[in-house]
Ligand binder design. Structure first.
Ligand SMILES: [Zn+2]
Ligand SMILES: [Zn+2]
Length: 369
């Protein structure tokens, strides 16, 4: 199976925390239902498939009538058979027609149109079976495979694809989707007591660490601390969950039962809104631009690399020397810039031997990574 994650295709963040879904009865198959150029199926056209997915997400986010919080589908499949993660496993889809239908089935969209590219390629059928298996194995999707038109008045997923669904949704070689039976998460009464991992850090009942204290303090500061008897601590308690639920509701999230979007267990969206950043390791590795050479840093001279250097100083907090109200990035290598670099060098063991404020390759690397 070829899978491209959300980060891989450059997904924009969800507008709200997407509703958790423990399991479904199965998966519904969709098509785009607009014009899709036949050329998208050319063997050399796969490079444009990720952009095609980004366009679909942009159109859904711009759809004020549906008020989507993200791309509507659980996954999408291109004519070359690659599966693109949409809302993903254990997230309620927005594609099946209404809330009840969206809770009951995941939604997989084939990049097929009602004109232009209307007949699925063999690779696409393989990819659809891959996507269905992926939702079964990792998302507890049940055995049903249906079309969007089953249960909702629509032409989707188009006659050729619907005929394939009715014939058992098999691979071109005749095999059917494998694996996966529903294993619903047992429901817990009243208050959510599960954990989520965001950027490598755990949140929810029982989670421990300084990042838990950070959330508690931010909740108090934002006015959502009324459930604390003692102050926030390093261990996540029911009081943290209750306070975080209040905060989620203030953002417009609804549903306070466990596994709904205001149940008090953070998602990336609410956490980012509370803290202004996401603690933990960035999933995306930062790429340090190549060292521009020492000639880029001459006192009183300008060079574009100085703006990049300044960005590192600001991010790492070495800005105490400045001319105006605060230190501003810019192309000029000023005496203040040199002094701020020197501060960084003094504070960094590998550089402290020669804190002259003129960046060499190692200063550049360490400041920008
Ligand atoms: Zn559909
Ligand atoms: Zn493709």
């Amino acid at each position: 199976m070829k899978l491209v994650t959300r980060a891989g295709w450059g997904a924009r963040p969800s507008r709200y925390d997407l509703a958790y879904i423990a399991s479904t009865k199965g998966t519904k198959v969709h098509y785009e239902g607009t014009y899709v150029p036949k050329g998208l199926a050319d063997p050399g056209a796969h490079g444009s498939c990720a952009g095609h997915v980004r366009d679909i997400q942009a159109s859904h986010l711009a759809n004020t009538k549906e008020n989507y919080s993200d791309i509507a589908y659980s996954a999408l499949v291109c004519p070359h058979g690659t599966v693109f993660e949409g809302r993903g496993q254990h997230r309620q889809t927005g594609a099946n027609g209404d809330q009840a239908l969206n809770k009951a089935h995941y939604a997989v969209c084939a990049m097929l149109g009602d004109s232009g590219l209307v007949v699925p390629t063999d690779a696409m059928l393989d990819g659809l079976v891959d996507a269905i298996g992926w939702l079964r194995n990792g998302g507890s999707a049940g055995a049903e495979v249906l079309g969007h038109r089953d249960g909702y008045a629509t032409a989707c997923p188009g006659d050729p694809l619907y005929a394939w669904v009715k014939a058992g949704a098999k691979r071109p070689d005749g095999t059917a989707p494998q694996g996966g039976t529903s294993t619903p998460v047992p429901s817990v009464g009243g208050i959510a007591r599960y954990q989520v991992v965001i950027n490598g850090l755990s949140y929810g009942f029982g989670a421990k660490g300084s990042h838990v204290t950070e959330v508690g303090k931010a909740l108090v500061k934002a006015g959502y601390g009324k459930h604390y008897r003692v102050g926030p601590s390093e261990e996540w308690t029911d009081a943290d969950t209750r306070n975080f639920s209040d905060f989620q509701q203030s953002l417009g999230f609804e549903g306070t039962a466990p596994h709904q979007d205001a149940d008090g267990v953070p998602g990336p969206v609410s956490l980012q809104r509370l803290l202004g950043h996401l603690p933990g390791k960035e999933v995306k590795a930062s790429v340090v631009p190549p060292f521009p050479g020492r000639s880029a840093f001459v006192l009183g001279k300008s060079h574009p690399a100085v703006t990049t250097l300044d960005g590192g100083l600001v991010r790492k907090g070495y800005t105490r020397h400045h001319a105006g109200a605060k230190y501003e990035p810019g192309p000029l290598f000023s005496e203040n810039c040199r002094r701020n670099v020197a501060d960084f060098q003094r504070a960094t063991p590998a550089l402290a031997g020669d804190p002259d404020g003129y960046p060499g390759p190692l200063t550049w690397q360490l400041l920008l990574s």
